[in-house]
Design a binder for this molecule. Structure first.
Ligand code: GLV
Ligand code: MN
Ligand code: MN
Length: 402
């Protein structure tokens, strides 16, 4: 809990936690975590994408690894456990192993970007490790117009070498991530931990509405092309259509209004749209329905609409053989085994391109996350760490371990 507090203090805002990719605060977090890794007996380094990576050799040097980890970046005004808990707990679990020789190496990764806040493209750190980082992403700019390639250079990285962060399949036995649930299910059932079955897929879009700015006092209502009124109708359409499909969700989380003056009819609006569902077909159909309804709304209002897909990740199944080993560790620690899906996105989704993946969830208070009120208890943190440590110490490579 003290380490979480130390990481939470490294923030871009004075009164809460915001830490985004390739910032000075990211660099400080990497240094802090690398120090803890060294103390725990891991060899720590910063990879070509700015992830901090710690390695503990197995019985002999160079063995393939069990990879553990989560992310060190946050959303704006974030909770302090999302991502960070998985990194600090993995370090604690490896420290607890002491000198016990294991038939596999262990690596812990603190990914530099999962949330995608700065460049609007998510999981940049884990995509780089999985070998699926598209170099075209280097041209994305942050809200100050700084291209990612320049931010990397300022961070001390060479953007032309980002491919070197990619790992070889044969070197990674599995990727297993420990994370707060970010939902209310475990708390509701009185359970401290849960084993994730699958992670919902997600699609994100940028919707640009172009109407006509004008004088708020002189243009009669019937002659307006108000981009914000059209966008507002589209927000409600997304809410209604997602609500009609069980387990699907749609969120408009960002809106920018131009020119943004009290006495000017909004001429342009940009919205973000995030659509998720356990089933990729359901998600794609929902997204298509929302976009079609937005088109119809805009046509009726004589507002031009441009839709751009900014992000897409398929749903990701956790490997049964790893789920079995996590469930065995949960049971051995004396807790009922509860399996549940993840509505939130995780680095494990990107890592699935490299290795079989699985996740262990820890109960959090009222399911609150992506909010400063995000909370866990120290008792639960200890329970989760014991389960995770047991899983690591007993890990058996290969599907035969199911
Ligand atoms: C990441 O936290 C996401 O699910 O958006
Ligand atoms: Mn998050
Ligand atoms: Mn997270």
């Amino acid at each position: 809990m003290a380490r979480i507090a130390a990481l939470a203090a490294l923030s871009e805002q004075p009164d809460g936690l915001t830490r985004t990719y390739l910032t000075p605060q990211h660099q400080q977090a990497n240094e802090l975590v690398a120090g803890w890794m060294q103390e725990a007996g891991l060899h720590a380094r910063i990879d070509a994408a700015g992830n901090v990576v710690g390695r503990r050799e197995g019985r002999e040097p160079g063995l393939p690894c069990l990879m553990l980890g989560s992310h060190l970046d946050s959303v704006r005004n974030a909770g302090v456990y999302d991502g960070m808990l998985g990194v600090v707990t993995a370090i604690e679990c490896v420290a607890a192993l002491g000198d016990t020789p294991l038939p596999f190496a262990i690596e812990i990764v603190g990914f530099g970007d999962e949330e995608g806040v700065r460049f609007q493209a998510t999981m940049l750190g884990s995509r780089a490790v999985a070998g699926t980082f598209d170099p075209a992403l280097l041209d994305l700019t942050d809200r100050d117009g700084v291209p990612m390639r320049e931010a990397m250079a300022r961070f001390g990285l060479d953007p032309t070498r980002i491919g070197e962060a990619a790992r070889r399949r044969e070197d990674v036995l599995a990727y297993v991530e420990y994370h707060i649930e970010q939902g209310p299910v475990l708390e509701d059932e009185g359970l401290p931990v849960g084993v994730v079955t699958a992670i919902n897929g997600q699609a994100r879009f940028r919707l640009t509405f172009e109407g006509m700015a004008g004088h708020a006092g002189t243009v009669p209502m019937g002659l307006r092309r108000d981009a914000l009124a059209a966008a507002a109708e589209c927000v409600l359409v997304a809410e209604r259509l997602a609500g009609e499909r069980p387990q699907a969700v749609a969120t408009v989380g960002q809106a920018s209004v131009s020119p943004g003056a009290t006495n000017v009819i909004p001429g342009a609006v940009v919205l973000s749209l995030d659509v998720r569902a356990p089933d990729d077909g359901v998600r794609d159909a929902l997204a298509a329905d929302i976009l079609a309804a937005c088109e119809a709304t805009c046509a009726k209002r004589n507002v031009r609409l441009a839709c751009e897909r900014t992000h897409q990740l398929g749903s990701c199944a956790c490997a049964p053989w790893l789920r079995g080993q996590l469930a065995a560790a949960v049971a051995a620690e004396g807790h009922p085994v509860r399996e549940l899906p993840s509505g939130a996105g995780h680095d494990a989704m990107a890592m699935a391109a490299l290795a079989d993946v699985a996740m262990l969830f820890l109960r959090c208070e009222r399911g609150i996350s992506h909010h400063p009120a995000e909370a866990i208890t120290a008792e639960d943190a200890a329970i989760g760490a014991r389960v995770f440590a047991r899983f690591i110490a007993g890990f058996t490579a290969g599907r035969g371990g199911a």
